[in-house]
Design a protein around this ligand. Structure first.
Ligand SMILES: Nc1ncnc2c1ncn2[C@@H]1O[C@H](COP(=O)(O)OP(=O)(O)OP(=O)(O)O)[C@@H](O)[C@H]1O
Ligand SMILES: [Mg+2]
Length: 305
């Protein structure tokens, strides 16, 4: 299964959430490949705490170089063997594989997704899809060439029969809701661009779900301490729900949400179960990632309405 992670805005939590999803899927026994298509700013190496590829691979064999045909073999890093985090190296026999295909250090955005690049992209995705249960591709933000590349590759006959799912990450604010909606439904958005690449727009839309990240609690203080604040927060939350629903981001299009996590406000990383048992990370955050990982693979979540 191919999972594409994107967002309209930057800094939505797309990479952190996608890496945490990859980790949760791996812990539950799935073989997972994580592909860094954020060509201009590859961060997955840092998130998985692999110092050699912290800002992408320095050896000229990252995703950018591979897609340009500058290297025939794309770099692969075994997260479970090479992470600096001991606990990631001791996941136990029931966990699956977790392999990172890093970006290039100092890589840059593509100017165009030409046929040669699309063909290489499709070949890579096809090979990964056959080797791994789940392939997560971080596509970077906005109407990027990475997004166009993924749409073009998945429209090709060799990939068309495989399941592809699209996750759109956004924060729980007015601007983020409107931006996420625009990325999917707006001019040059995912649906329109997908149609131009040969996708069936209705089918493509059915494979899109939104993920609300770092959703703040509506109970900052107790309603007894600060009744006006408590009422205002509830009102805003209700208004955002209405806005989301009007902009086609309602409950039926939602994969799930993550709560604000203090650990992630301080440091981008994978939240391990040991962080929860040490009471450094919140249990709700780990539970949210587990739930997202489960729904990602659960066909019932993706059934037609
Ligand atoms: N649930 C959360 N609670 C608090 N902070 C979070 C949460 N999820 C992510 N963050 C933080 O938000 C910031 C942005 O996250 P991240 O880098 O994953 O976003 P992104 O969409 O990939 O950004 P970019 O477009 O720059 O690649 C990071 O500092 C991250 O740790
Ligand atoms: Mg990112």
């Amino acid at each position: 299964m191919l999972i594409f992670s994107t967002s309209d805005k930057g800094g939505t939590g797309r990479s952190v959430t996608s890496c945490n999803l990859a980790y949760r899927l791996c812990v539950s026994g799935r073989n997972v490949a994580y592909v860094d298509f954020d060509f201009g700013s590859p961060t997955a190496g840092a998130l998985f705490e692999i110092s050699e590829v912290e800002r992408g691979t320095p050896r000229g064999d990252g995703m950018h170089s591979y897609l340009l045909g500058e290297t025939g073999v794309a770099a692969r890093v075994d997260v479970r063997a090479d992470s600096d985090r001991h606990a990631l190296r001791r996941l136990g026999p029931r966990a699956g594989k977790l392999v990172l295909l890093p970006g290039d250090e100092g890589g840059a955005e593509f100017l165009t997704a030409d046929d040669a690049v699309v063909t290489r992209c499709a070949a890579l995705l096809l090979a990964l899809e056959q080797e791994f249960k789940v392939v997560i591709v971080d596509l970077s933000a906005g109407r990027s060439v990475a997004l166009e590349l993924a749409l073009k590759a998945t429209a090709l006959p060799q990939l068309r029969s495989f399941t592809a799912r699209w996750l759109i990450f956004h924060r729980w604010t007015r601007q983020h809701i409107l931006a996420a909606s625009g990325l999917v439904h707006g001019p040059h958005g995912l649906v329109q661009a997908g149609k131009e690449c040969g996708h069936d727009p209705a089918e493509l839309l059915e494979s899109v779900r939104f993920v609300r990240t770092a959703v703040p609690s509506t109970t900052l203080h107790s309603s007894v301490e600060r009744p006006a604040q408590a009422a205002w927060l509830l009102e805003q939350n209700a208004a955002l729900r209405r806005l989301a629903s009007v902009n086609q981001l309602g409950a039926s299009t939602l994969l799930g949400e993550t709560p604000v996590e203090p650990m992630l406000q301080w440091r981008e990383q994978v939240i391990l179960d040991m962080d929860v048992s040490a009471k450094i990370a919140n249990e709700e955050t780990a539970a949210a990632y587990t739930d997202l990982a489960r729904k990602l693979l659960d066909n019932a979540t993706w059934e037609r309405f």
